[in-house]
Design a protein around this ligand. Structure first.
Ligand SMILES: [Zn+2]
Ligand SMILES: [Zn+2]
Length: 346
């Protein structure tokens, strides 16, 4: 920190990410500065890289939000953390004051405080996030595993809203990182899991994580039928979860459910898109269709506990290491559906 400069990947616009020197952030009261040890690529970073981010990432700013590292500097008034602590912090904190926070629906907080900027040597943790959504990492947990906390927290929130009980047949559409978390979590809940994707490589990982059946959507004529055929009498699955973010897949996800089943439309689609739902199907089949978004402090803690207790193999989610200067290469590989997550090291 001698010259107060650090290396970072800055987002300037769609397709324009530059590896540059920028200022090391300075922690104010209640804030902490962290030396990044691991930052993981995420599907939303790929979206930002390709088409920009409407709200969260300003042009000319550092992005990246799934990280873990060491506290190297503390602002005034912090009692719960010390210099040298290994920590993971997630990308937001709720305000605890708005209408939705009062309802305890923290993922819908009107004033979420965001923190991005992990594709860099250092990141600052804002006071609200340090206070409620930062966790000390025990020695036996590695940095990349700890950095999975944020996306896992989203998936733990999603699985909790999916009404899964032991023995249920659950279809998970998409075997990217989030889909694979759903496979893992549905297995931990005692479900029979059908994983669908276009990539055999990803489906193999789903299988390693416990998926009972795989459907390669590019190799079957009718993906909905292929999934329904795996259920007794073709009646459909108890729970379907969408983890691709494509409207067509949202529609197929609804059609895979049995009567009275639960449909979790989790993957965020491009803004302005819409889907068609057969009104007769929705009415007579009494489907429960829901959207689930983001995480809450409760799910962040719960997700970290799953990692800390070793309840699943975190290494399956990390394809390989990449140095910070090669971030764009890692994002391009993700865009070609190669690998799950890349561990960017500084
Ligand atoms: Zn993410
Ligand atoms: Zn709020």
């Amino acid at each position: 920190m001698e010259n107060n400069k650090m290396k970072a990947q800055l987002f300037y616009g769609p397709g324009d990410v530059r590896f540059e020197e920028t200022d090391i952030p300075k922690p104010g009261p209640g804030e902490a500065l962290v030396k990044i040890k691991s930052v993981l690529t995420c599907g939303s970073d790929l979206k930002t890289y390709r088409r920009g981010h409407p709200t969260m990432i300003a042009d000319g700013s550092v992005f990246g939000h799934e990280w873990a590292g060491d506290i190297v500097e503390l602002g005034e008034g912090i009692e719960d953390f010390n210099i040298g602590d290994r920590v993971v912090a997630v990308n937001t904190a709720p305000c605890f004051k708005c209408y939705y926070c009062k309802l305890e629906r923290y993922s819908m907080c009107d004033n979420l405080v965001y923190n991005n900027g992990a594709y860099a040597e250092y990141i600052k943790i804002p006071a609200d996030i340090l206070a409620v959504n930062t966790i000390k990492i025990p020695d036996h947990v590695g940095y990349p595993a700890a950095a999975l906390t944020e996306p896992l927290a989203c998936a733990v929130h999603g699985i909790d809203e999916s009404n899964i009980t032991e023995g249920d047949v659950v279809a998970v559409n998409g075997a990217g990182p989030i889909g694979l978390f759903f496979v893992t979590l549905a297995k931990l809940k005692g479900a029979i899991v059908i994983s669908s994707d276009l990539s055999d490589e990803r489906l193999k990982v789903a299988e390693e994580l416990g998926a009972d059946f795989n459907v390669n959507a590019s190799k079957v004529e009718d993906q909905v039928q292929a999934v329904r055929d795996l259920t007794a009498g073709g009646r459909g699955v108890d729970v379907t979860i969408e983890a691709t973010g494509f409207p067509k897949v949202w529609e197929m996800t609804i059609l895979m459910a049995r009567k009275g089943g639960t449909v979790n439309l989790f993957g965020g689609c491009a803004s302005g898109t819409s889907i068609n739902i057969d009104t007769k199907l929705l009415h007579y089949s009494e489907l429960i269709i829901k959207g689930v978004y983001h995480h809450t402090p409760y799910y962040v803690k719960k997700a970290f506990k799953l990692i800390e207790k070793g309840l699943f193999d975190t290494s399956r989610f990390i394809t390989s290491d990449m140095p910070l200067e090669r971030l764009v290469d890692a994002l391009e590989l993700m865009g070609q559906q190669k690998g799950i997550k890349y561990n960017i090291t500084t």
